[in-house]
Ligand binder design. Structure first.
Ligand code: TXA
Ligand code: MG
Length: 338
C-alpha cells in the first residue's frame, strides 16, 4: 500500500478525512502521541487499524471526539461523574471509560461492553475529527510493543506501507499517552497514569482506586482491567534495566558493568560524567520534562545501536507515576536495587 505523507493544510485534512470515511487508516498528531485513526463506528475500519498495528484483537481502541455532543450516542449513559471530568479536563489528555452503546462495534471495543472516549485539544486532531464527521478510533501509532511515537518520523518508521496516510503535524507537546480512567466500575479506577494526575482526578471525584497493574506486573492469574496493561510495551529493541539508587551508585555500576554495546538512559547533564553512550530523558526531579522526553529517548536508544541499556529510576510522584509506568514496561519490570 502506498502511504501518502500529508501536511496540516485544509486540503490535506479534507483528504485524510475522506480516507477515514472510506474505511482507511490515517496517522495523525494529538497533544499526547500520534494516533492511527479510523472510523470508530465501522467494524472493518477498526480491523484495518488492528492489522496495521499488529495489535491483539482483545485490546480496545480509544474513540476520539471533537465536541461533547458526539459523546452521548456512543455510551449508555453519561454519568454525573463523567460529565464533571469532561468539564474539567476536556479537551485534553484524559480518556473516560463508560458502558458502550450499540453504535460502537465489538471490533472497536475489543469485545468489551465498555468504550473509552477522549476529546483531544490538539488543533490538527480536532480539525481532522470534525472534517471526518465521525468519531475516530485511534490507538497510538506505533507497531504493537514499540514506544509510542511523539514525532511524525517515528510513525513513518513504523507504518510506511501499512496505512493510507500520515499527517505530519510536528512534535507532540505532552509526549505520553492520555490518562485512562474507568467509571464503569463501582468506584472510579485509574487504569493508565498520564498527564492528568491522580490528585487532579481526586479534586473532582474524591478518592479513586489505582489499578494494581499501574505499579506492578500482573501475574498469570490476574485479569487486566485494561487489556493493554498485560502486554509487553513501549520497549526498544535493546534490553532495558532500571537501576534504583543515587547517581553516584549508578555511575559506579556503569563503570563496572558497561561495555561498548551498553548505553545509559540518564537525566540531563549526567551524560558528561558517564563515559559511555548516553541518551537523556529530562531533568532529575522534573517529571514533566521526563514525560515529554521518555518515548523519544527510548526510540533514540535503538538509534545508538546499543543492545543493553541501564536507565535511571524516575520519581513516582504526580506525572512521574506515568513516566515510571512506561519505563518499567520498557524494562519488562527488570529493576536492580543499587
Ligand atoms: O493519548 C492517547 O490515549 C493516545 C492518543 C492517540 O489519543 N492513544 C492511545 O491508545 O494511547 P492506545 O490504544 O495505545 O492505548 C489505549 C489503552 C490501552 O491500554 C487499552 O487497553 C485501554 O486504553 N483501553 C481502551 N479501551 C478500554 C476499555 N473499554 N476498557 C479498558 N481499557 C481500555
Ligand atoms: Mg499504545
Amino acid at each position: 500500500m502506498e502511504t501518502k505523507i500529508l501536511s496540516t493544510s485544509d486540503e490535506d485534512i479534507a483528504l485524510a478525512a475522506e480516507i477515514i470515511r472510506n474505511g482507511g487508516v490515517v496517522g495523525f498528531p494529538t497533544e499526547t502521541v500520534y494516533g492511527l485513526g479510523g472510523n470508530a463506528l465501522d467494524a472493518a475500519s477498526s480491523e484495518n487499524i488492528f492489522t496495521a498495528k499488529g495489535r491483539p484483537k482483545d485490546n480496545p481502541l480509544i474513540v476520539h471526539i471533537s465536541g461533547l455532543s458526539q459523546w452521548a450516542p456512543l455510551v449508555k449513559e453519561i454519568t454525573p461523574q463523567a460529565m464533571a471530568l469532561a468539564e474539567r479536563f476536556w479537551p485534553g489528555p484524559l480518556t473516560i471509560i463508560l458502558e458502550k452503546s450499540d453504535l460502537i462495534p465489538m471490533e472497536t471495543s475489543g469485545g468489551l461492553n465498555t468504550v473509552a472516549v477522549r476529546m483531544p485539544v490538539d488543533e490538527t486532531a480536532k480539525r481532522l475529527i470534525e472534517a471526518a464527521g465521525v468519531p475516530v478510533a485511534a490507538p497510538s501509532a506505533n507497531t504493537s510493543g514499540m514506544p509510542s511515537p511523539t514525532k511524525a518520523r517515528y510513525v513513518i518508521e513504523d507504518m510506511m506501507g501499512r496505512i493510507d496516510a500520515i499527517i505530519d503535524g510536528g512534535d507532540c507537546s505532552v509526549g505520553l499517552e492520555s490518562t485512562v480512567i474507568t467509571l464503569a466500575t463501582d468506584k472510579p479506577r485509574l487504569l493508565r497514569p498520564g498527564g492528568v494526575t491522580v490528585s487532579m482526578l481526586e479534586e473532582v471525584l474524591g478518592e479513586i482506586d489505582v489499578d494494581p497493574a499501574v505499579y506492578d506486573k500482573l501475574d498469570d492469574t490476574q485479569k487486566a482491567a485494561s487489556p493493554g496493561m498485560k502486554y509487553k510495551h513501549y520497549a526498544p529493541k535493546a534490553r532495558v534495566t532500571l537501576l534504583k539508587g543515587s547517581f553516584e551508585k549508578f555511575a559506579e555500576y556503569i563503570g563496572k558493568n558497561a561495555d561498548e554495546k551498553t548505553a545509559a538512559l540518564c537525566f540531563d547533564g549526567e551524560e558528561k560524567k558517564l563515559g559511555i553512550k548516553c541518551i537523556t530523558y529530562g531533568k532529575e526531579n522534573d517529571s514533566l520534562s521526563q514525560a515529554q522526553r521518555v518515548f523519544s529517548a527510548l526510540r533514540e536508544v535503538d538509534e545508538t545501536g546499543a543492545e543493553r541499556v541501564y536507565a535511571r529510576y524516575p520519581d513516582k510522584n504526580e506525572i512521574g507515576l506515568a513516566v515510571y509506568n512506561r519505563l518499567i514496561r520498557a524494562a519488562a519490570f527488570e529493576v536492580i536495587e543499587l
